[in-house]
Structures are given as structure tokens and as C-alpha cells.
Write a protein of this length. Structure first.
Length: 178
């Protein structure tokens, strides 16, 4: 076979192979089903310190007491004192000479972190079962129990990032170092 013709036929063969590979891969690859907007919203939960990602809604501690008593107190006790070391969410001290007790009040630097965590992970026996209003309410109540906000102070997407957490300056930002 002359050289040129040979190359042409090899190319043709490759083209046929590629085409049939593409065709069969289109037929055989069936990975999962398309995800709907509402299903996606269930995972779109990141609330940032600058307020990005905080949903619509609002709540006060006064409203949040009912949510807390019904959905949180079984594990975090009536006033956040906890039923185990891991479930203490009120009080604490980062200045103690012994082991510091880290809680929402003593340790967490941003209120948005409390919101984010509660919305995605709490109550531990039924995560994501609270409405956004209920999350605002119960977060307000946890902050109120820690003496950080008043009972009638309204939390919403614009007020929550402005809450000053006691340990806000207790962290070193290393993001610029790396
Ligand atoms: C079934 C038990 C249970 C219920 C109900 C529950 N929690 Fe929790 N919660 C836990 C446990 C256990 C942890 C510790 C998780 C860990 O350390 O990873 C925790 C951790 C937390 C933390 C982080 C504490 C920290 O400093 O690390 C917060 C805040 C919190 N819960 C808030 C809530 C709120 C608000 C509710 C009600 C809406 C709630 N929890 C309901 C069991 C529960």
C-alpha cells in the first residue's frame, strides 16, 4: 500500500473508532439524575462573617426560647449548661490557667458561624429541620444566654454580622501567610 493511502486509511479507522466510542459513551454513561433547584438549596448553606449566604428571615431571643426549649434543651440543658462536655454552649473562659472551656460565648469569633452551624447541623437528632426564622430565633436565644445580645434584639441578614463576639480578636488570621 502506498504510504499516503495507508495513513489515510489509518486515520479513517481512528475516526470510526473515536466516533463509535463517543456514541457508546453517550449511551452508557448514566450517572445519577439531574438535581433540582430546591434540592440544591438544601446544600447551599454557607453563611459567612461578611453576611454573604445569610437567608431572609429574622428572630429575637424572646421568640427563640420556645424553639430552644422544644428542640435543643434535651441535649444542651435548660440554660445551655449542657449534659456532657461537648454540649456546653454557654459560659466558659478562654483566660483560665487550666484547660479553657470553649463555648459559643467564650470561643466562637463570629455570630455567622453559630448561624451556619445550627442551620446545617442542629438539632443533632434532626439536622436542617428548622426554618430559617427558627434558626435566627434560636441563635438569638443562644447569644442572649451568653449575655452577648439583648432579649429583644432582632437578628436578620444585616444585623447578625454586626454582633460583636467576645473572642473575635482571639484568632490569628493566617490566610495571608500561605
Ligand atoms: C440530640 C442532641 C442534640 C440536640 C437536640 C441539639 N444538639 Fe446541639 N449539639 C449536640 C452535640 C452532641 C454537640 C457537639 C457536637 C460536636 O462536638 O461535634 C452539639 C453542638 C452544638 C453547638 C456547638 C457547640 C460548640 O461549642 O462546639 C451548638 C451551637 C449547638 N449544638 C446548638 C444547638 C441548638 C441551637 C439546638 C436546637 C435547635 C441543638 N444544638 C440541639 C447535640 C444536640
Amino acid at each position: 500500500m502506498p504510504m499516503l493511502k495507508r495513513i489515510a486509511s489509518i486515520t479513517a479507522l481512528l475516526t470510526v473508532a473515536a466516533t463509535s466510542f463517543l456514541a457508546s459513551s453517550q449511551e452508557t454513561v448514566r450517572l445519577g439524575t439531574p438535581i433540582s433547584e430546591s434540592q440544591l438549596a438544601n446544600f447551599d448553606l454557607i453563611a459567612q462573617p461578611n453576611g454573604n449566604g445569610l437567608p431572609a428571615g429574622s428572630g429575637t431571643a424572646r421568640q427563640g426560647k420556645a424553639v430552644y426549649d422544644a428542640r435543643c434543651a434535651a441535649c444542651h440543658a435548660a440554660n445551655g449548661e449542657g449534659i456532657s462536655a461537648a454540649t456546653i454552649i454557654v459560659g466558659g473562659d478562654m483566660q483560665s490557667e487550666g484547660e479553657p472551656l470553649r463555648t459559643v460565648g467564650s470561643y466562637w469569633p463570629e455570630a455567622s458561624t453559630v448561624f451556619d452551624f445550627v442551620r446545617r447541623a442542629m438539632p443533632a437528632d434532626a439536622p436542617k429541620s428548622l426554618s430559617d426564622d427558627e434558626v435566627y430565633q434560636v441563635v438569638a436565644y443562644v447569644l442572649f444566654l451568653n449575655g452577648i445580645i439583648g432579649e429583644d434584639q432582632e437578628l436578620n441578614a444585616s444585623t447578625l454580622p454586626r454582633v460583636e463576639m467576645p473572642n473575635a480578636d482571639g484568632f490569628i488570621d493566617q490566610s495571608a501567610i500561605h
